[in-house]
Design a protein around this ligand. Structure first.
Ligand SMILES: *[C@@H]1O[C@H](CO)[C@@H](O)[C@H](O)[C@H]1NC(C)=O
Ligand SMILES: *[C@@H]1O[C@H](CO)[C@@H](O)[C@H](O)[C@H]1NC(C)=O
Ligand SMILES: *[C@@H]1O[C@H](CO)[C@@H](O)[C@H](O)[C@H]1NC(C)=O
Ligand SMILES: *[C@@H]1O[C@H](CO)[C@@H](O)[C@H](O)[C@H]1NC(C)=O
Length: 359
């Protein structure tokens, strides 16, 4: 695939959007267009920082995996926010830009940074376990918990065995690539915090996987190892963090001759967020009307669910503007059977359904 051709077309729109976003967009698109790892031209990545170019050149072999992680992060974001007013999309409805939503220090930005960080950490760790790189692998001698999981010790029913996935390598490696530098400013502090929360989510959700041994599956003894949770589970966990994200206030403090911005919980009676929580300090727009300046595409024309009282229901999704109903004919594959050997044969079913869209 000609990535440099892609660079040209992407660069035009990249000028419209903010720094890191263009980079993630590019990386995600690079993997998404090919649907397989592709070589990444370090200097062709739009709006990449000097530090990131150096990382890229030094870790050329890992960049296809970083891009794959970015792609899965964006994809998961779109899954978690499907049916909501802000749905993690994109001007053309493709896997691409977040619009200007990342310009604001909002909850949505917090989630995007966390899920991208989790995506990259997850992808690199998985590649290590597969044996893709010389520098990392999985750990056959691992004993004891991965970060934060205390009290899991073998007992009479199982012992350590197999190969535990090692998140530390990936977390260390990607730290420099993911985290913005110069933490003087509130926004940088927020991005660093949420990026860490995303990386931590991978570590804290590790699962103990076991395999049975013994005559004909009697499971007399199990051997167990650590494995990363499926990415969907990390998406769910971070979505919960999004729902409970801590609202912060920016405080300017004098440090010697300069002012630095610090973040503190906005409300006194709220606990200080932990390194696993998401934080933000700008209110989100309501995402009801089209306003590209704030990254809102509006919900006009969006399909809504007439019977749902949730956020995907017509009332909330359409922001009280009401909805139109149209009867449409949809053709779908149905009654599929497996025919020996080896194909799947389906009937075509015609369904007549009412589609509701926001006014
Ligand atoms: C991002 O890159 C585009 C071209 O690739 C450039 O026009 C734009 O000024 C850059 N924006 C920032 C904030 O660096
Ligand atoms: C997400 O929102 C955009 C803009 O409102 C819309 O065009 C797109 O169809 C939505 N995607 C999904 C999967 O609902
Ligand atoms: C053995 O350890 C596993 C995993 O920690 C636990 O789920 C199980 O209940 C323990 N079994 C006994 C008999 O203690
Ligand atoms: C609409 O919402 C109802 C109630 O929440 C749910 O049972 C149904 O599956 C939804 N339909 C679609 C198409 O999502």
């Amino acid at each position: 695939m000609n990535l440099f051709g892609l660079t040209l077309t992407l660069a035009i729109s990249a000028a419209l959007i903010c720094t890191t976003e263009a980079m993630w967009w590019f990386l995600g698109a690079a993997y998404g267009t090919a649907q397989e790892p592709v070589e990444i031209p370090c200097k062709g990545i739009p709006n990449i920082s000097g530090k990131q170019v150096r990382f890229c050149l030094k870790n050329q072999d890992k960049m296809p995996t970083v891009a794959e992680g970015a792609y899965h992060g964006i994809e998961e974001c779109q899954f978690q926010f499907r049916g909501r007013r802000w749905n993690c999309t994109t001007i053309d409805g493709d896997q691409s830009v977040f619009g200007r939503v990342l310009d604001r220090a909002s909850r949505e930005t917090a989630f995007v940074n966390a899920i991208l960080a989790a995506g990259v950490t997850h992808a690199v760790t998985r590649a290590c376990s597969r044996g893709d790189y010389l520098e990392c692998g999985c750990d056959r001698t691992h004993r004891g918990p991965p970060g934060g999981r205390i009290g899991i010790v073998p007992n009479s029913t199982w012992r350590w065995g197999g190969c535990s996935e090692e998140v530390w390598y990936s977390m260390e490696l990607t730290k420099d690539f993911l985290k913005p530098t110069a933490a003087k400013r509130a926004r940088t502090k927020m991005d660093r915090h949420n990026t860490d929360a995303g990386r931590n989510a991978v570590l804290h959700n590790m699962e103990l996987r076991c395999k049975c041994h013994g005559v004909s599956g009697s499971c007399e003894l199990k051997t167990c190892w650590w494995e990363m949770a499926p990415f969907r589970k990390l998406g769910d966990a971070l979505k919960t963090k999004y729902d409970m994200a801590a609202e912060m206030a920016v405080e300017r403090q004098r440090k010697g001759r300069i002012f630095v911005e610090e973040l503190a919980p906005r409300y006194d009676d709220f606990k200080e967020p932990t390194t696993n929580d998401l934080i933000y300090y700008d209110q989100s727009p309501d995402y009801c009307t089209f306003d590209p300046e704030v990254g809102s595409f509006g919900t006009q024309g969006r399909e809504c669910n007439r019977t749902s009282h949730g956020i995907d229901g017509c009332e909330l999704l359409c922001c009280g503007r009401g909805h139109n109903t149209m009867t449409v004919v949809r053709r779908e594959r149905c009654d599929c059977v497996f025919v020996w050997c080896c194909k799947v044969v389906c009937k075509e079913c015609v369904r007549v359904i009412d589609v509701h869209t926001c006014k």
